[in-house]
Write a protein that binds this ligand. Structure first.
Ligand code: BDP
Length: 716
């Protein structure tokens, strides 16, 4: 018996790869610096640390530094709390810098409350590195930046780094329900365990806050935009308070989604009409109650009159009336309303692309100053590729906040390796031409052009209870990229991927050389095998998993994929030019030029704006049908190339994550074949043309693909 037990134990031990990593630490791995020269150099440069201040944030800084340096340098560095002439690293907010403060003067004025300075001082008495800021949170950001220098093996000689965020609200929107399911969540259940809160503070909450702070995220909305009024009841608000308390040292403010009909559902009122004084009073009192528990509460995030959610239009009031009522309740506490522009309605026969613009553009100038409008990157819905939303640039009197989707609802969910920074960047760099050339979407959202002080960027979170937080090991990169771009939207996708790879996997240059192209091409590859040439919204119903361009039986026309691709015997694509829905008319004339003439239209968006004949010749000299085949087959083929490239990287990474990615790439390749075959077989019914003979033929029938059913797919 004992022998068998021992044998089992041995087997079990052998089955765990020696260099296993489960991904929990994400990019804060703090493993020992491998290059011995660099390691010794760091050890020599950081001999003693002086930390000024004793706030909870300073405490967090100290704990991060001791863990970080212990892991990275393998040493325990002595800390001192008071002035210390031996200190080689001095850390503290400017108010504690004493006489030295003046030498940082001009930069300190520039960096605001959240920026930081990291500088090597040559000061005789006090040589060494100083990390300082106007606030403790700024210092925390500086410390994370400093640790990143070590994690990515950069020089820490002669440092002079001055960094401050371009946007003030850098946010995550969780779509987490109170029963711990996550709408469009592919990484397990919600990390908020409402059942054990407020008493039990899971270590995950702190690690979540650390990870966010390390990339500058300073706001989180905890609950689904399809909101449940119960979150605003006392027992839940106490749980919210516990989370807010845990996040506060890391500079993170909590927001909640507020269901517009809460006054009826939990307040027992007869109406939720925003112009009714009893309703207004109810919200004032509720808001006061929230602030009595969470004094730095951020505000409410609202989805109203969209996809069945209640809103001011139920009472014939406008979105501005609804937003302003909440804004008035929040104003005394300096809270804000984030009102979503993602609205469309089944009663409206207008092209869905046009509905949000039609609804909101006329309301420009009608919102209170503490309202910011949250606009999705595109007019339809987080598609793999989408032209930028026409509201950007069209509402100069209203601050507009960017909403990206980090969870990959339409981009392979958690089985596909898709790095989203290129998607984010494509939108941010788009020229709106709203006030002449060069007024990019990024410039609109940072508010500089129209002098708005409220500004921000949010991402729908991809975080769940999975051990590695995001399901796919590479999905962590999208959380990371969101934070980095919200801090500085001028960073390139490559810079972000490079630092993420180094911290998350390895500094080995051969590894980076192999892994970087995989990440940088991955979004284009996904577009090719799922939604090429401007196709969109042709995914499975409900779960949005896989292809289903044939769906035509849903109640609301704009829920059916056929509404979007409009394939028929003459061609395919949605005519949104002036001869069609004229959605194109919502863009400024110069921007429109990119798309309005079929012969000049950017091909990546061709079928978004035009209904194109099957035999129309593209720039490649291929006719449209052949181009569609080319795109689908090339996309699938490139997934195979990704698989090979990843195989080559085995020696540079731990076995556990190497294998996870390898298995997921296999699923991705099967899904790419599925997309390719299902879409081509379906569209072929209209084109009536053969798949060119150089391609292997689909081995399954259209009926087979149409018969697939995924009732239990996650995220729905
Ligand atoms: C859609 C999602 C749906 C969300 C909606 C939203 O499928 O689950 O509720 O976006 O943003 O893409 O409100």
């Amino acid at each position: 018996m004992r022998k068998t037990l021992l044998f089992c134990l041995l087997l079990w031990l052998l089955s765990i790869p020696v260099n296993a990593e489960n991904g929990y630490d994400c990019w804060l791995r703090y493993i020992e610096v491998k290059n011995i020269d660099i390691l010794l150099h760091y050890r020599n440069s950081i001999k003693a640390i002086q930390i000024n201040g004793n706030s909870p944030t300073m405490f967090a800084i100290k704990s991060e530094l001791s863990n970080g340096l212990k892991g990275l340098l393998g040493i325990t560095t002595p800390f001192s709390l008071n002035a210390d002439n031996n200190a080689t690293l001095r850390i503290g907010s400017a108010s504690l810098l004493g006489a030295e403060k003046s030498s940082f003067g001009p930069e300190l004025q520039k960096i605001g409350t959240e920026g930081f300075i990291i500088r090597t001082t040559k000061n005789k008495a006090n040589k060494g590195i100083v990390i300082t800021a106007n606030s403790d949170i700024g210092v925390l950001y500086g410390v994370f930046y400093f640790l990143k220098l070590l994690q990515t093996n950069q020089s820490i000689d002669n440092l002079n780094i001055v960094s401050f965020p371009k946007l003030s609200l850098r946010m995550l929107n969780h779509w987490d329900n109170l029963n711990r399911t996550v709408e469009r969540g592919y990484a397990g259940s919600s990390i908020w365990n409402w059942h054990t809160l407020p008493t039990y503070i899971d270590k995950r909450y702190i690690d979540y806050a650390r990870l966010n702070a390390s990339i500058g995220i300073n706001a989180v909305s905890l609950t689904n935009v399809n909101a449940n009024a119960a979150i605003l009841t006392k027992p839940f608000l106490e749980k919210v308070k516990a989370l807010a308390d845990a996040f506060r040292p890391y500079g993170i403010k909590v927001f909640l989604t507020a269901r517009f009909s809460s006054p009826i559902e939990i307040g027992k009122l007869k109406t939720a009409d925003p112009l009714d004084s009893t309703v207004q009073n109810w919200w004032n009192n509720k808001t006061n109650e929230v602030y009595s528990l969470v004094p730095d509460f951020g505000g409410f995030l609202i989805k109203a009159n969209s996809e069945g959610q209640p809103g001011p239009q139920n009472y014939n009031r406008s979105h501005a009336d609804g937003a302003n009522m909440l804004a008035d309740a929040l104003a005394p506490h300096k809270g804000i309303v984030i009102w979503r522009a993602f609205v469309y309605s089944n009663e409206n026969p207008e092209d869905r692309h046009k509905q949000a613009y039609n609804e909101f553009a006329p309301l420009d100038g009608k919102f209170r100053s503490n309202v910011i409008l949250q606009v999705k990157n595109g007019a339809i819905d987080f598609m793999p590729r989408e032209p930028f939303h026409p509201l950007f640039g069209a509402m100069p009197k209203t601050p507009l906040m960017m909403e990206f989707q980090v969870t990959q609802e339409y981009l392979g969910q958690s089985t596909n390796l898709v790095y989203l920074a290129p998607l984010f960047k494509e939108v941010l760099q788009s020229d709106t031409y709203s006030k002449g050339k060069g007024i990019t979407v990024a410039k609109i959202i940072d508010g500089g052009i129209d002098h708005h002080t409220l500004n921000g960027m949010t991402g729908v979170a991809n975080i769940g209870s999975d051990i590695n937080w995001c399901g796919h090991p590479f999905a962590q990169a999208n959380w990371y990229a969101l934070g980095r771009l919200a801090w500085d939207y001028e960073l390139t996708s490559e810079q972000i991927a490079d630092e993420w790879l180094k911290m998350t996997f390895s500094n080995n240059s051969a590894f980076i050389k192999g892994a970087l192209p995989i990440m940088l091409q991955s979004r284009d590859i996904l577009v090719q095998y799922s939604n090429p040439i401007g196709l969109h919204h042709i995914m499975g119903t409900g779960n949005h998993y896989g292809p289903a361009p044939w769906v035509n039986n849903l109640n609301r026309p704009e829920w059916n994929p056929v509404y979007y691709h409009k394939a028929d015997s003459t061609g395919i694509g949605f005519n949104r030019t002036s001869t069609g829905s004229n959605a194109i008319g919502q863009y400024f004339p110069e921007a429109r030029k990119m798309w309005e003439d079929i012969d000049l239209c950017e091909e990546k968006n061709l079928l978004w704006f035009h209904h194109v004949p099957w035999n129309y010749t593209l720039k490649s000299k291929r006719i449209l049908w052949d181009e569609l085949c080319f795109q689908y087959y090339t996309g699938e083929n490139r997934v195979k190339e990704m698989q090979h490239s990843w195989d080559d990287l085995k020696q540079y990474t731990d076995l556990e994550r190497y294998n996870q990615v390898r298995m997921l790439l296999k699923i991705q390749q099967q899904e790419a074949i599925w997309w390719r075959n299902a879409c081509l077989l379906y569209f072929q019914q209209f084109s009536k043309m053969p798949i060119p003979s150089n391609y292997e033929k689909p081995d399954k029938s259209l009926e087979y693909y149409m018969g697939l059913n995924f009732s239990f797919a996650p995220g729905n």
